[in-house]
Design a protein around this ligand. Structure first.
Ligand SMILES: NC(=O)c1ccc[n+]([C@@H]2O[C@H](COP(=O)([O-])OP(=O)(O)OC[C@H]3O[C@@H](n4cnc5c(N)ncnc54)[C@H](OP(=O)(O)O)[C@@H]3O)[C@@H](O)[C@H]2O)c1
Length: 376
């Protein structure tokens, strides 16, 4: 039975809670995965801790009213660090906001979790991109796991695909669409909308933030590219090493001219091994329509892995979303369950084995024989 602490109970934290609540029985039956959410801590929605476990339906309802701290009978008022360090959780799920410049407060949460000997599962790109090596080394030294599938392409299996299914290949290049908002905007511009109108529509639909720079200037894609470079290619790459250009200068004319040439503009993140080094970039590229990435429209993400043994493998799937990203945490939890099983409650002591029927019959035969001999 895993005891989970969820730090950051926004879209992703609640997505995970909904999945866990709805699929408890199937996860137990098909994967032997049993869990108890013992703590939740969120900046505004509140915090609650019960070492015996919290009711997820109640938590989700209270979160809607920013009332988690009203959870009846629970310890309340703990901040994220208290929750991580003082709770009896054995896995910390970190889903607070991403800060790609400082990585805080999430980096402190990461270190607190690992230093307390707890497994860490995250969707947070900030500390994963900036401090990947440090976090991975700390997890190793504490003999716990650091898992981060949801940091690239949300629940679409990009990182686990490389680690498991492409194992044994040398990954020579990874290129693709790792930011759904910019792909949505570019796809909409193909319908003759200006950049400003396409951005506004993305904002109205909740794909883009009011201040859209993280997406449209390529910072979000840059963080993902750095994670791929570090986690897949073992590169010691800094965010400043990424040659980054966003989509803000792409005009309707550019889109139409590309169309006339049988091409499409996409914001492409790329990591490649070149002459003993790993180079990374994020920039708009004009792709031939025959390129599998050119056909990926809307907010969908895609990555092509170029390998030495099986050449090119392209995956296409969601790169964001409540359930999609919550799923990325689930898949990491299942991986921990497979590779570092949680301590099971001690099984009740078995009574001393009874003598078998055969042994008992043999003994009776001996007794009767002795009695007969003695004339009894
Ligand atoms: N949403 C997606 O589709 C997606 C996909 C891939 C990766 N991610 C990443 O996953 C993480 C979570 O995303 P999200 O969409 O769930 O964001 P979100 O809805 O903004 O949720 C983040 C939550 O963290 C809380 N928080 C912030 N600082 C905190 C602290 N110090 N202690 C405790 N709670 C704190 C926030 O609290 P208040 O708002 O209550 O103040 C908020 O509820 C981000 O790092 C994001 O980049 C998201």
């Amino acid at each position: 039975m895993y005891k989970l602490a969820i730090v950051g109970f926004g879209v992703v934290g609640q997505g995970l809670a909904e999945i866990l609540l709805e699929h408890r029985e199937r996860l137990k039956k098909e994967h032997g995965f049993e869990y108890s959410v013992v703590a939740v801590s969120d900046f505004v929605k509140g915090a609650a801790y019960d070492p015996k476990g919290l009711d997820l339906a109640k938590l989700l309802a209270l979160a809607k009213e920013n009332g988690i701290s009203q959870y009846p009978g629970a310890k309340t008022g703990w901040n994220a660090i208290d929750t991580i360090v003082k709770s009896n959780a054995d896995v910390v799920v970190e889903a607070t906001y991403t800060d790609i410049k400082t990585a805080e407060p999430a980096y402190s949460h990461f270190k607190a979790a690992l230093n307390s000997g707890k497994h860490l599962v995250t969707t947070n790109k900030g500390p994963t991109a900036l401090f990947f090596r440090e976090v991975a080394a700390l997890a190793k030294s504490k003999k716990v796991q650091f898992r981060y599938e949801g940091t690239v392409m949300s629940g679409t299996p990009a990182l686990n695909l490389v680690a498991l299914c492409l194992a044994g290949n040398e990954i020579r290049e990874i290129r693709g669409i790792v930011n759904g908002t910019t792909n949505f905007i570019l796809t909409n511009m193909e319908k003759r909308k200006s950049y400003a109108d396409a951005l506004k529509e993305a904002q109205d639909l909740g794909f883009a933030e009011a201040v859209p720079d993280a997406d449209v200037e390529g910072f979000d894609a840059m963080a993902k590219v750095v994670i791929l470079a570090k986690a897949v290619m073992g590169a010691d790459l800094k965010v400043a090493d990424v040659d980054r250009t966003g989509i803000t200068r792409i005009t309707l004319d550019d889109i139409n001219n590309a169309k006339a040439e049988g091409k499409r503009w996409k914001l492409i993140g790329r990591v490649a091994r070149e002459g003993g080094a790993v180079r990374a970039s994020v920039r708009p590229e004009k792709l031939d329509v025959a390129d599998p990435l050119a056909g990926v429209g809307g907010a969908t993400n895609a990555l092509t892995f170029s390998t030495d043994l099986i050449r090119n493998v392209t995956i296409i799937g969601p790169g964001a979303g409540k359930i999609e990203t919550g799923y990325s945490i689930l898949v990491d939890l299942l991986a921990i369950n497979r590779t570092a099983p949680a301590a099971r409650p001690a099984a009740p002591k078995k009574p001393a084995p009874k003598k078998t029927a055969k042994k008992a019959a043999k003994r009776m035969k001996k007794i009767r024989k002795r009695a007969k001999k003695a004339g009894r």
